[in-house]
Design a binder for this molecule. Structure first.
Ligand code: A2H
Length: 253
């Protein structure tokens, strides 16, 4: 972590009924996987959610109605932000492993896909954000490669109990144009750099640098309320919209 606090938007991805056995005790509440993102303007293109199979998570009470699934570390940060029944004290209702979350059907803010599924990503860090990541394969090289791995490796799907219908057909949704990289910048850059898998760390870092900077400075929105506007202009507007509607929450660490 740097000297400056990092400010994320937490995207409230609502778990759809019926709840699996592990979450049955939460019936009657609104339960969300809370994904930390720096790119709220990309939420139209969400295709799935990512969890770390071996990761430790919990279902934390936020207020009378809402429960967030995230890491204990993130729950503590939220509690300091007064997002817990007793300020400073997280209230864990159920302890969970990433494995328990794989395959959950979710409804996520702004996503064109009505229902998206929670899937395994092996490179998630548990000491950053919430340990939950939303997946936008059009614009995030990490997301693109993790999804590519699941699509191209039936053995990987089998290992984590990922059903074919949760990942197939593999549809990347174009949401932002970058002149140099087209409408699916992550796919273009991953192909150009010949990235082999989600574990190809150095090349993925390079791909992220390229797409992140150019997306912000040269990207144009292809969809949504701010279609035709530059990403630079649209980003704060979409962020405000998510926060005002209560579908997103500010989170800093
Ligand atoms: B971003 P920074 Cl479209 N482990 O959101 C691994 N990655 C994590 C994480 C964790 N615990 N928590 C958040 N992230 C991801 C969208 C996105 C993101 C796009 C393009 C680039 C991008 C959709 N995924 O991030 O290290 C989240 O993915 C590129 C950096 O704090 C979050 O924003 O800078 C970003 O990494 C935060 O990473």
């Amino acid at each position: 972590e740097g000297v400056q606090p990092q400010e994320y938007v937490l995207i409230k991805m609502e778990v759809q009924q019926p709840f699996p056995e592990k979450l049955k005790s939460l019936e009657g509440k609104k339960v969300f996987l809370a994904a930390a993102t720096l790119r709220p303007e990309t939420m139209y293109g969400q295709t799935n959610c990512w969890v770390l199979p071996e990761g430790n998570y919990g279902a934390y009470e936020i207020n009378d109605t809402d429960v967030f699934i995230l890491t204990e570390r993130a729950a503590l940060n939220l509690a300091y932000q007064k997002l817990s029944p007793v300020p400073g004290k997280p209230s864990c209702l159920v302890k969970l492993k990433g494995y328990d979350l794989i395959g959950l059907p979710l409804k996520s803010p702004l996503a064109f896909n009505e229902v998206i599924y929670s899937l395994p990503m092996l490179t998630i860090l548990t000491d950053k954000g919430t340990g939950i990541v939303t997946s936008v394969p059009s614009d995030s090289p990490d997301d693109y490669m993790a999804l590519h791995d699941l699509i191209s490796k039936p053995a990987l799907r089998a290992k984590y109990g990922v059903k074919d219908e949760w990942v197939l057909p593999f549809k990347v949704i174009p949401i932002i144009n970058i002149p140099e990289f087209g409408d699916k910048s992550a796919e273009t850059v991953c192909t150009n750099l010949q990235i082999k898998s989600q574990n190809d760390k150095d090349k993925l870092a390079e791909a992220k640098k390229l797409t992140y900077l150019k997306g912000f400075t040269e990207g144009t929105m292809l969809v949504g309320e701010y279609k035709g506007k530059k990403v630079q202009e649209a980003k704060p507007l979409i962020k405000a919209q998510l926060l005002d509607s209560g579908l997103g929450v500010l989170y800093s660490e």
